[in-house]
Ligand binder design. Structure first.
Ligand code: NAX
Length: 329
């Protein structure tokens, strides 16, 4: 049998953690032939609840689940880790300024990056889900100088899936027949969900985008503000859909994207794609093969897209400057 893969999940006692862990343990993330060792990292106040989740994981008797450890020790949590899912973060609370939020998260993602640098496996791959995800990923990467920066990513797959779903509804086609939308920029309200190159059951996305009133006044805000709409309806933020997106991000990263299809992921920009400057974690259209993301080249960027991408990138640069000012990167 295959060697188990060590998967560390932070914020394991939270609502995304609860939706995520059972799917990892059942093989949906790394495939039906790969056993997993789970490491659950929580803050001390969350350890007991994480232990409860671990009991439930035991009770599923998943054949692929080789072991479960629960800890509040960041060094132990990342020792030998192959896949790190960084879900736990400090949420913005009432009256909190952006600087406070970035500083609080720097206090989480800096030490986690350092622990990954010190102890993770050579092939470690990290997905940051906890918000502000792009900048938290940047902070973690900067604290892991010995790990290639390409191993630190942030999640825009939920935004991507939201765009696929909204586009399917508009086109009146099953969502399985929609592909190649792109989320550009930051996982925030400034993100640009681009449908110009999409395939909507054989119909070019550009055709639907030509209806600018629908595209810009309905579609784009619906995708970008879907998180708030879920909170409004459910009384709690997206959890199962976020966990699903995390599963798909890591699945595609490790096992590859399907032929002829791309997805969206926020990756470290090297400055050579679509005018996005070096040194920020920004979302691009990407494919994966051999365990490496690659930016899809040669897509035409309209004036509209240029403007929207630049605006989201400007926000990422501001966040980077703010955390640099705080000494976090
Ligand atoms: P919860 O508040 O339910 O759970 C977070 C858990 O993280 C808590 O159990 C907490 O004790 C733990 N935690 C806090 N600091 C920690 C640390 N230093 N080490 C380990 N654990 C720690 O939040 P949940 O709904 O699960 O959301 C988690 C994060 O995902 C939030 O930051 C949220 O904003 C973010 N999201 C990101 C999305 C994306 O698309 N990138 C979408 C969904 C979600 O909003």
């Amino acid at each position: 049998t295959a060697t188990p893969v060590t998967v560390t999940v932070t914020g394991a006692a939270g609502q995304i953690g609860y939706a995520l862990l059972f799917r990892i343990a059942s093989g949906q993330m790394l495939g039906p032939d790969t056993p997993v060792r789970l490491r659950l990292l929580e803050i001390p106040a969350g350890v007991r609840a994480a232990e409860g989740t671990a009991m439930e994981l035991d009770d599923c008797a998943f054949p692929l689940l080789a072991s479960i450890d629960v800890t509040d020790d960041v060094t132990a949590a990342f020792d030998g880790t192959n896949v790190g899912l960084l879900v736990g973060a400090r949420p913005r609370t009432k009256g909190m300024e952006r600087g406070d939020l970035l500083a609080a998260n720097g206090g989480i993602f800096g030490p986690q990056g350092a622990a990954i640098n010190a102890g993770a496996a050579d092939d470690v791959r990290v997905l940051v889900v906890g918000n502000p995800a792009n900048t938290n990923a940047l902070i973690a990467a900067k604290h892991a100088p010995d790990v290639p920066a390409s191993r630190f990513t942030a999640m825009t797959r939920l935004d991507h899936n939201r765009a696929l779903s909204q586009l399917a509804t508009r086109g009146g086609v099953p969502v399985g027949q929609v592909r190649n939308v792109t989320i550009w920029g930051n996982h925030s309200a400034t993100q640009f969900p681009d449908i110009a190159h999409a395939d909507v059951a054989g119909r070019p996305g550009a055709e639907l985008a030509a209806d600018a009133a629908w595209y810009l006044d309905e579609f784009v805000p619906t995708v970008a503000k879907r998180g708030a709409a879920i909170i409004e309806a459910r009384g709690a933020s997206s959890a199962a859909s976020a966990a699903n997106a995390a599963i798909e991000h890591v699945h595609d990263w490790v096992l590859g994207t399907p032929e002829g299809e791309w997805t969206s992921a926020a990756i470290m920009s090297d400055g050579s794609h679509y005018g996005v400057p070096e040194g920020i974690v920004s979302s691009f259209p990407v494919t994966s093969s051999g365990g490496e993301w690659e930016v899809v080249e040669g897509l035409e960027v309209s004036d509209l897209a240029r403007e929207r991408i630049d605006a989201s990138v400007a926000e990422l640069l501001e966040e980077r400057d703010a955390v640099a000012g705080l000494g976090l990167v």
